[in-house]
Design a protein around this ligand. Structure first.
Ligand code: NAD
Ligand code: UFG
Length: 339
């Protein structure tokens, strides 16, 4: 397999994966409707990879437009990142999430079927584990979503399973990511959330550059060592390498439908993350403790054995590297891609 279509390839995880794939010799085509990405990411990707990368500014719900891409290129596999991802927003705007995430995936699958491209890597999420009872989280554990966003991931997983059951020609890998952060080593590619960040890492780095006054820690009365929530953080470059490993797996195995956790297997608390960022930034991060955020679970971390055994993949980067890289990007580009 040589040519990979990357949906959502100008977004945070997609863009880092594109660099990784191009570096490994793959031809990459990007489709992204720019709903949560800047067109300025493309020249950065081309500069960092020293390659021209075909880009289509298309909403993948537009079937005719998507078909044109499949007509113009001999695509071997698709990595499907495109989707809306803000949990809180999904509660406010469920229809947007069901429309965007479900319709885009179904349209993509229909077009793939039409052009006999039946290898897919899908961006799922640890959010599909709902409110788990035990840690670490195994791919076979019970699932259940607590938000419309989470439900789109769960339902898409089910759609993919049904498709593979119905047609033996399909091979699909669903990757359940834990908490991605970090940035490209150059400091020129990183996470650029629109508005006030929902996630911990970009919130802290924006406090670091003075765009936000202080961090609000959501609760310190959880049953954890310091009372704050524990998460499994993973460097976006390790995550990118995980996608490459999934593509290699699809090249070698007729796997039908497989799910893999992509995480580090270790948990860090919010206070531990603050400490690690303070080390990277070289100053204190001011914070206040607020009440718990609705929907947060106390602890989440992955069992990564399946990915290690079958994909031959495990994380390489430490928490300190994640924080240092996230900070390098934020410091160099305080206003992200669109100053
Ligand atoms: P992102 O928002 O940075 O990237 C998604 C990209 O998809 C954006 O560039 C956006 O413009 C594009 N897009 C959205 N809808 C589209 C459509 N209909 N047609 C074409 N392009 C469209 O998000 P990310 O953090 O890179 O996440 C990538 C994927 O991974 C998403 O599916 C997300 O749900 C999933 N995921 C993310 C996290 C996380 O914490 N970042 C965790 C678990 C899973
Ligand atoms: N947190 C704060 N203050 C903030 C932001 C976050 O204290 O301003 C805390 C949260 O309460 C949580 C931890 O930091 O305990 C991590 O929160 P994030 O919002 O960064 O990440 P979540 O674990 O809530 O969710 C993320 C993605 C989901 C994805 C999930 C698992 O947002 O889409 O990881 O992959 F499903």
């Amino acid at each position: 397999m040589n040519t990979i279509l990357v949906t959502g390839g100008l977004g945070f995880i997609g863009s880092h994966t594109v660099i990784d794939l191009v570096k490994q010799g793959y031809s990459v085509i990007i489709v992204d409707n720019l709903s949560n990405a800047s067109a300025k990411v493309l020249p950065v990707l081309e500069e960092l990879s020293q390659k021209k990368i075909p880009f289509y500014p298309v909403d993948i719900r537009e079937k005719k437009e998507l078909e044109k891409i499949f007509q113009e290129h001999q695509i071997d596999a698709v990595i499907h990142f495109a989707g809306l991802k803000a949990v809180g927003e999904s509660v406010q705007k469920p229809l947007s999430y069901y429309d965007n995430n479900l319709i885009s995936t179904i349209t993509l699958l229909e077009v793939m079927e039409e052009y006999s491209v039946r290898k897919l890597v899908f961006s799922s999420s640890a959010t599909v584990y709902g409110e788990p009872e035990k840690m670490p989280l195994l791919e076979t554990d019970l699932t259940g979503a607590t938000s419309p966003y989470g439900r789109t991931k769960l339902w898409i997983e089910q759609i993919l399973q049904d498709l593979c059951d119905a047609n033996d020609a399909w091979d699909v890998v669903a990757l359940r990511y834990f908490n991605p952060l970090g940035a490209h080593k150059s400091g020129d590619l990183g996470e650029d959330p629109k508005g006030i960040p929902n996630n911990l890492a970009p919130y802290i780095t924006q406090v670091g550059v003075g765009k936000l006054e202080k961090l609000h820690v959501f609760g310190n009365d959880y049953p954890t060592s310091d009372g704050t929530c524990v998460r499994d953080y993973i460097h976006v470059l390790d995550l990118a390498a995980g996608h490459r490993a999934a593509i290699t797996y699809l090249e070698k195995e007729h796997c039908r439908y497989e799910i893999f956790n992509l995480g580090s297997g270790s948990g860090f608390s919010v206070l531990e993350m603050i400490k690690s960022f303070e080390k990277a930034i070289g100053k204190e991060i001011p914070f206040v403790v607020d009440s718990r955020r609705a929907g947060d679970i106390p602890v989440s971390y992955a069992d990564t054995k399946k990915a290690e055994d079958k994909l031959g993949w495990k994380v390489q980067k430490t928490i300190d590297e994640m924080c240092a890289d996230a900070w390098r990007w934020q410091k160099k580009h305080p206003d992200g891609f669109e100053p």
